[in-house]
Design a protein around this ligand. Structure first.
Ligand code: HAM
Length: 412
C-alpha cells in the first residue's frame, strides 16, 4: 500500500529514504514558530480539521474552492477538510469575541489540505503557522505582524540576504481600479488578473486586462512607480524604528489570490527567487462580519507560513541542525541479577528529567554498548554491585563510581 500523492510520512532521523519527511525537522520548525509567537504575545488556538463546506465556498475565493477536499458525511452534511485556517478563526472569534480584550493576538499550527497539482513547494497537505491580530485598524498592527513574520524567519538563522517581504496594498489597487473607471462588479476579477501577472504570458495578461477596461502598460507603470500609500509608509516607518526596514520592499505585483483581503497585503519570498512564496497574508477587515452574518464586526489581519517551502529553504542554506536521539544515559545491564536495581535507576533518572535507554531483554554487553554509541548517548551507567554504579562519560571518557542513589549528581 502506498501513501497518497502529495502526502507525507514523517520518520524520526536518520531518514530511511530521501522521499520521506523528517519528524524531527518538523518539530524543530514548530518549536521555533511557537517560541517566536510567544515572544510577540500571541496565544495558541486550534479548530477542527473538518468544517461545513460553505465556510470556505462563500468566503475564500475561486482558487481555493477549486482545490477543496470535500464530501458528504454520513449525516448528509456537505463538509470539507480545511484548506486554510482564516475562516475557522473568524468563526471562532465571532462566536466569543466578548470574552477577549482587543486586540486579540492568536496563533495556530494547523495541518491544511488542498487538492493542488503536486510540484516543488506545493503538496496536498501542509502545516501552516498562522498568526492573526483582530480588533485593530491602525497600521501599527500591520507593522507588528510583519515584524513577527520577519523575526520568525530570522529565528531559523535566515538573514536579509536570504528573504524579502514584498509589501503591497489592495487599497492602492482599488484606487487604481476606480480611477480607471473599472466596473465594480469585476473588481475581484481584476485582482485575480494582477495576481497572475508574473505567471501568465504578456499576451494573456493584455487580453484579460483589456477585457476589464485596462491596458497592461498602465498596470506595469503603476507597479513600477512603487510609491507607498500613506498607510504603507506608516508601516515602513514603524519597521524602520525597529531596525527591520531593510527586510521589506514595496511591490505592487503582490495582491494575493484569496477573495477576503481588504487593505495591506504581503508575501515573503527567498531573496534569490528560487522558491515559491514562504508566507502570505494581509488585512481582511470584512471577513468576521461576513462569517457572523453581520453580528460581529471586527477588523483583522494575519499571515500563514507553510512548512514545505520553509524546509526547502532551510535545507538549501544549511540551516537545519543535526537531529540525534538525544539520549542522556544508557543503563548497561550485564548481569541479569542486577536488572531490578537497574530498572529502579532507569525510573529514578527518568523522574529526574533525564532521557534514559536500556536493553529491554538480556543482551551481550558489547551489543548494549554499541547501541548506546549509535544513540549518541552522553553517559553509560552500570551497576558494579547492587550498591555502586559506574558512570562513564562517552564524550570525555571520564569514569566515576557513585552510590546507587547518587547517580543523578554525576550527570553534569
Ligand atoms: P496562502 O497564501 O494560501 O494564505 O498560504 C500561505 C502559505 O502557505 C504559502 O505562502 C505557502 O508557504 C503555504 N502553502 C499554501 N498552499 C500550500 C501547499 N499546497 N503546499 C505547501 N505549502 C502551501 C492563506 O492560507 C491565508 N489563510 C493566510 C492568512 C492567515 N491570511 C490571513 N491570516
Amino acid at each position: 500500500m502506498e501513501r497518497l500523492p502529495g502526502f507525507r510520512d514523517f520518520y524520526p532521523e536518520p531518514l530511511p529514504h530521501s522521499d520521506v519527511g523528517s519528524a524531527d525537522a518538523r518539530q524543530f520548525i514548530f518549536d521555533k514558530w511557537r517560541a517566536t509567537a510567544r515572544r510577540y504575545g500571541f496565544r495558541e488556538y486550534d479548530g477542527p480539521p473538518l468544517e461545513p463546506l460553505d465556510l470556505f465556498t462563500t468566503k475564500s475565493g475561486e482558487e481555493i474552492v477549486g482545490q477543496l477536499y470535500n464530501f458528504t458525511d454520513k449525516g448528509k452534511r456537505a463538509i470539507a477538510l480545511r484548506p486554510e485556517m482564516t475562516p475557522t478563526l473568524a468563526r471562532m472569534v465571532a462566536a466569543h469575541e466578548r470574552n477577549y480584550k482587543k486586540p486579540i493576538k492568536w496563533f495556530a499550527i494547523p495541518q491544511l489540505f488542498r487538492y493542488e497539482r503536486q510540484q516543488k513547494g506545493r503538496l496536498r497537505e501542509h502545516f501552516q503557522f498562522n498568526a492573526d491580530l483582530i480588533g485593530e485598524t491602525d497600521p501599527a498592527a500591520d507593522a507588528e505582524l510583519i515584524a513577527l513574520l520577519i523575526d520568525t524567519l530570522r529565528s531559523f538563522g535566515l538573514t536579509e540576504s536570504d528573504f524579502v517581504i514584498r509589501l503591497s496594498s489592495r487599497n492602492a489597487w482599488s484606487d487604481f481600479f476606480k480611477q480607471g473607471r473599472g466596473d465594480a462588479a469585476h473588481e475581484y476579477e481584476f485582482y485575480q488578473a494582477i495576481d497572475k501577472l508574473e505567471r501568465a504570458s504578456p499576451e494573456e495578461n493584455e487580453q484579460k486586462l483589456t477585457a476589464l477596461g485596462f491596458s497592461l502598460d498602465a498596470v506595469n507603470t503603476f507597479i513600477k512607480s512603487g510609491k507607498p500609500t500613506a498607510e504603507l509608509q506608516s508601516i515602513l516607518d514603524n519597521l524602520a524604528a525597529r531596525g527591520l526596514r531593510d527586510f521589506v520592499k514595496v511591490d505592487y505585483h503582490v495582491i494575493r489570490g484569496l477573495a477576503y483581503y481588504t487593505g495591506t497585503v504581503f508575501e515573503a519570498f527567498d531573496a534569490k527567487g528560487e522558491f515559491r512564496a514562504i508566507a502570505g497574508g494581509g488585512r481582511y477587515d470584512n471577513l468576521v462580519k461576513l462569517i457572523s452574518g453581520g453580528k460581529v464586526n471586527l477588523p483583522a489581519l494575519g499571515f500563514g507560513m507553510g512548512d514545505v517551502v520553509l524546509l526547502e529553504l532551510l535545507k538549501a542554506r544549511g540551516l537545519l541542525p543535526k537531529f540525534d536521539a538525544n539520549v542522556d544515559v544508557f543503563i548497561l545491564i550485564e548481569d541479569e541479577n542486577l536488572r531490578a536495581p537497574s530498572l529502579k535507576l532507569v525510573q529514578d533518572l527518568r523522574a529526574a528529567g533525564y532521557a534514559v535507554e536500556y536493553s529491554l531483554t538480556p543482551a551481550k554487553s558489547d551489543k548494549q554498548f554499541k547501541r548506546a554509541q549509535e544513540l549518541k548517548t552522553t553517559f553509560t551507567a552500570k551497576f558494579e554491585s547492587d550498591a555502586y554504579v559506574r558512570i562513564r562519560n562517552l564524550k570525555s571518557r571520564e569514569e566515576i563510581v557513585a552510590g546507587a542513589n547518587d547517580v543523578a549528581n554525576h550527570l553534569g
